[in-house]
Every structure is written in C-alpha cells, then in structure tokens.
Design a protein around this ligand. Sequence first.
Ligand code: SF4
Length: 449
Amino acid sequence: MDGQIRVQPCLRPHRTPITGQPVASPHQFPLDGRGWYFPVRRRWRSWASVPCCAAWAVRVTLRLGSYRRRGRRRTCCKGLASMGLEDLSVVMGENVSKDVWSALRRGISPFSVSLPQKQLAALRALDSDMESLLREDAVDSLTVMESEAEAQGAQKTLKYLLRLHDGLAVESVLIPLKSSPVKTATTVCISSQVGCAQGCRFCRTGDMGLLRNLSSEEILAQVVQGRRIARELNLPEVRKVVFMGMGDPLANIQSVRTAVAALSDSFRMAIGRKRLQVSTVAPTPAQVMQMAGMRCGVVWSLHAANDALRAKLVPTAKHTIRDLRNAFMELLKAGGGVTPDRRLLVAVVMIAGVNDDEEHARELADFLRPMYAHPDVGIALNLIPYNPNPGQEEFCTSDYRTMLRFREVVNEELPLLGIHLRRTRGAAGSAACGQLATPKKTSARLCKE
Ligand code: SF4
C-alpha cells in the first residue's frame, strides 16, 4: 500500500495523549506526546494494548489511504507545515526528512528532488496539496514594476500570485532591501487569508471581503515560492517574513501559529524570530492573547489613538483601544519582558487631513505613554504613508513634511521612542501596503484558463 510506514523501535519518551503525563512503562498507549496527536476516536481505544509504534504506524497507513480517498481534503491529516524534523523522520527516515526541509528552505520543491520511490510516495500521500502549491506554474508573477525614481539604489519590488487548489489566489510581495553596501536581504510579505473581513477603509483587500482562511501549508508555500523566485531573479536571499499581506493573521490564528512554528524552527525554514513579524488590527483582546508563545514580533495596526476616528478607519473595531493596549501589554509581559522579538511595533497609516496633524500626534503620544514607561514593555512606532487605491478618492497620502512634523511632535513627548518613517515600496505596481487584492473565484479560474 502506498504510504506504508516502516515500524522502527520507539525510543522516545512516552506520554498519555490526554494529560501529557509520562507513562511508567512505554508501549501502553497508542499515541506518544511529541506532537503526533491524531484525535483519539472511540474505535481506536481498543488499540491501547497494542505496542504504540506499531499501532501508530498502522493508523497512519490507514489514514493516508482514507486521506487519498477523500480527494485531497486535509482536514483530518497533518500536512508538511505541521511536521517538525523529528515527526517527519518517523514517516520518512531522518536523512530524507532533513532533505525535504533543506529543499523547502532553499525554495525547491522536495517533490522534485531525487528521493527514494517509497519516501516520495509517502510524501505525496501526506501532503499532495503542497505538491501542487510548490509547482512552478502555481505562481504568476504579476508585477515587477516600480517607478524609475523609486527603483534607484534599490532592486524592484515584485508581486506574485499563488494559485490555490479551489481556483482562488493570494498575493505576496518580495521586497529586496539594501541597508548598506554590504548588507542586502529580501523581505517577503505574505498573506494569511484570501481577502479580509476587517474592511479597513483605506485597504483594497478590505474591499474584497473575506473569501476563506489559508491553511498553514498555503502560508508556508508562499515563502518557499518567494525563495525560489528570489533565487531565480538573483535577488538577495529572503531573510525576513512579514504577515502584512492579505488578511488579518489573528482571524486565522491556528494556521498562522503552525506556519510561524515552521518558519521560526532552525531545523525547518530557519527564519530568525527577530525577522518574523505578524501584523494585526487586533480584533479582540482575547485574540491578542492567543499570540502568547509564538516566536515572532508583533505589529499592531493602530492607525488612530482615539476610538471614534479608529472606528471610521477600521469599521469592524468593536473594542476600545485602551482594552486592546492592555491586552498587548499583558502579551508582552507574558513573553518575559523586552527582547527584540517581543517589542511591539505600532503602525499608523498616514492619511492627509485624517490622522496626521499635531493634535493626532500628541494624542498618540499620550496613548502610548503607559507602554513607553513600562520597564517590561518595549515599543516602537512605524509611520506608513497611505497608498492610493481605486475607489478611495476621499483619501490622500500625507506629504513627507507633515510626517516629519508628526514624528517630531511624538518625539517631543516620548524622546526615546524609536519612530520609523517607512518609505513606500511597490506602489507603482499596486504591490504596496493595503494594495493587495485578487479576483474572486470565477474570474481567477478564467484567468487560469
Ligand atoms: S489593512 Fe489588513 S486588516 Fe485591514 S482590511 Fe487590509 S488586510 Fe485586512
């Protein structure tokens, strides 16, 4: 049978699946506690007396069969993104497991490297959706354009589109950066949902509405494809990943958590946790707290420091910014205080005449003061020029002088606060912040044909 797994002696510590307590004598339970946690069904309980590895292997084999029969639906089976090196080693052997993750790290599809036939079949059975996501024709390069002025001294921003198995598509962006003559790296900006339910008034993705959440494999595939494209175009290596594309990551926290674990793991995608950022409007305080334990930086898209104005910009905002601020402070304190990756980055999209005058700057400084003054909470501020979109004629980008003055006023109040005035990249090709959107299902299918 395809996907059959060789049973090896199990030397790992064993724990009960429910309580996680170590078991005195191994081979009593059908599951171990290392992350291989298939839901225990009533009909499996009789397996409790069978040696655990044998039971586990047979169950995986059966599950792979049913997985294939169900026509590639992955709801019941873990995919590659959820599998650590050790987990995959159990299925494929340690060396092959290392090869698979090493290929993904370099932006190569592991389905295209020469693996032993059996392992290749097992890999396909485990995650055949991933195979189609990693194929070269799953990606369309949409835009490589920036205006000449923008492109001077920097390589061009590239927007690409990943086609999903159901005819939908998501956009991601490669942003090569040159911080010094010798220091170059590419940042990949990825999406967590197709569309977005938050409906921010200045964002094109918000205009789309939410079509669906992405799976962790679909999130991971964007990074792998980004690395492949960067290598083929001789761009600097992809070293930074930001969840600032389509969707709010907290609205799809399970997939994002799994993807972040795979990206930050040094044995898998090996993105440094300081170079991994998750950006959110923070729908609720409870959702903010769900980020506890994730190995990444956090960006809060605040946009305005008073509730009335924020509700106009982010119409789905239901909680006061004070409640959300308290949740972020709790989150940072729970993470063990200030470390580079536990610093909160507060983002404000600067819109002319809406949120960019001196009064707004003072209001923002007052709002940030409790976090600024707290010894265990680190913050920084990011000012992002608004990027124009069709249908949003009421908004204009703040001019550079206004943004400089805004920064000065905040710095007068909070002298040690790091404030970064972000330069727009990719606006000419609609690849900048708030400009990502894809056609709906039917038109995406037509494009494909
Ligand atoms: S800015 Fe972010 S959260 Fe708001 S609609 Fe756009 S993608 Fe969603």
